[in-house]
Design a protein around this ligand. Structure first.
Ligand code: NDP
Length: 251
């Protein structure tokens, strides 16, 4: 079972894995966890100090030397994504894993009051940016013998919920995009693309969505790592176009 998956310490040895939103929340923990299992991690995010802290933690733990890639999905252009691809190509020559984790909640508000600019921003960060970044990185993923691309979804990307606006729509788009691209890559055994819903997890984003909630009642990012490791590593090779959950539904 993926939720109980026990990863061997060398699970991700020799793999080059890019994590977006690696400075905080689930992305931070995923980057640390991938490095702990042997991966060379590329830490992508918009707040450099946070990325540097994660970098230092990986170094202090004796993990493979990571790399930092500052990028803000708001305002990032196709050129930025292609520059990124050529930098990574020079440095590493391939990409074995891509965890699309960065995300923006926007506002939880009735649609009648939803600000169109904020809507665009959320779509940019949660789906449009990640899509064009993926397109730019495809040649590097093709160079891998076993590449895993993971898009982060949400329960509101599988069933709509009142007031969740652009966030919910962006996650539906994520699910749809993964169905389309996984189907296109069906005959390429070396690339798999899936969605992963972390479920309610103790982070800043969860706290802003549910300000009245006691965070101690929630699973931590560390708790949900078994599925993140399972889906990134060789245990899930050959599985593509599927939707996964990192924790059982809450009672
Ligand atoms: P956090 O808000 O804690 O972390 C989000 C990360 O994304 C941060 O590192 C943030 O950077 C980064 N980010 C936000 N905007 C941008 C941007 N414009 N450019 C680059 N990076 C950006 O959220 P979580 O860890 O909770 O969420 C991680 C993923 O999981 C998201 O996709 C979210 O939708 C999804 N999710 C989370 C759930 C939960 O309960 N926590 C439930 C369901 C889905 P910075 O630190 O600089 O702000």
């Amino acid at each position: 079972c993926k939720i109980d998956y026990q990863a061997s310490p060398d699970l991700l040895e020799n793999r080059i894995i890019l994590v977006t939103g690696a400075g905080d929340g689930i992305g931070r923990t995923a980057a640390l966890s991938y490095a702990r299992h042997g991966a060379t991690v590329i830490l992508l995010g918009r707040t450099i100090e946070k990325l540097e802290r994660v970098y230092d933690e990986i170094e202090a733990a004796g993990g493979p030397q990571p790399a930092i890639f500052p990028l803000n999905f708001e305002g990032a252009t196709l050129d930025d994504f292609h520059d990124m691809a050529s930098t990574l190509d020079k440095e590493f020559g391939r990409l074995d894993g891509l965890l699309h984790n960065a995300g923006l909640l926007g506002r939880i508000t009735p649609f009648e009051q939803y600000d169109p600019e904020l809507w665009e921003q959320v779509m940019q960060v949660n789906i449009n940016g990640p899509i064009w970044m993926t397109q730019a990185l495809l040649p590097l993923l093709q160079q891998s013998q076993d590449a895993s691309v993971i898009f982060t979804s949400s329960s509101v990307g599988r069933k709509g919920r009142a007031y969740w606006g652009a966030y919910s729509v962006s996650k539906f788009a994520t699910e749809g995009f993964v169905e389309v691209i996984a189907d296109e890559f069906e005959s390429q055994a070396n690339i798999r693309i899936n969605t992963l819903n972390p479920g309610a997890t103790r982070t800043q984003m969860r706290q802003s969505a549910y300000p009245g909630e006691d965070p101690d009642t929630l699973r931590t990012p560390e708790d949900i790592m078994p599925t993140y490791l399972w889906l990134m590593g060789p245990a899930s090779t050959g599985i593509s176009g599927q939707k996964f959950d990192a924790q059982p539904p809450r009672a």
